[in-house]
Design a protein around this ligand. Sequence first.
Ligand SMILES: Cc1cc2nc3c(=O)[nH]c(=O)nc-3n(C[C@H](O)[C@H](O)[C@H](O)COP(=O)(O)O)c2cc1C
Length: 92
Amino acid sequence: MNSRVLVLYWSKGGNTRKVAETIYATIQSHGLSSELVEMQADLGIDVFSYELVFIGAPVYDNLGPQPVMKFLRRNIVQQTCLLHRKNQVILR
Ligand SMILES: Cc1cc2nc3c(=O)[nH]c(=O)nc-3n(C[C@H](O)[C@H](O)[C@H](O)COP(=O)(O)O)c2cc1C
């Protein structure tokens, strides 16, 4: 089986990085093709080209880190939603 798995993470203090590395090592140990990538707001990556995507980020003061929120908005929300408001989501 040649699944493409993406493990995408953002970490300030290293906790999320350790979790992401553990997930990545586990996937690798099962012989699956995977990539471990550190997230940045302007990271050019097509998450929809993977069969399985893990996304990990910490919460600081009840919010996701700004680069993570930007990445998710640009690469997932804008790709999948016609409309996205606080209590309303319309998918394409
Ligand atoms: C200043 C500060 C604010 C935090 N705010 C929250 C929070 O609002 N909610 C929460 O669940 N955890 C909060 N945490 C805990 C972090 O999300 C947690 O330590 C996380 O594992 C850090 O991940 P990282 O080491 O990958 O950056 C906070 C930690 C710090 C230092």
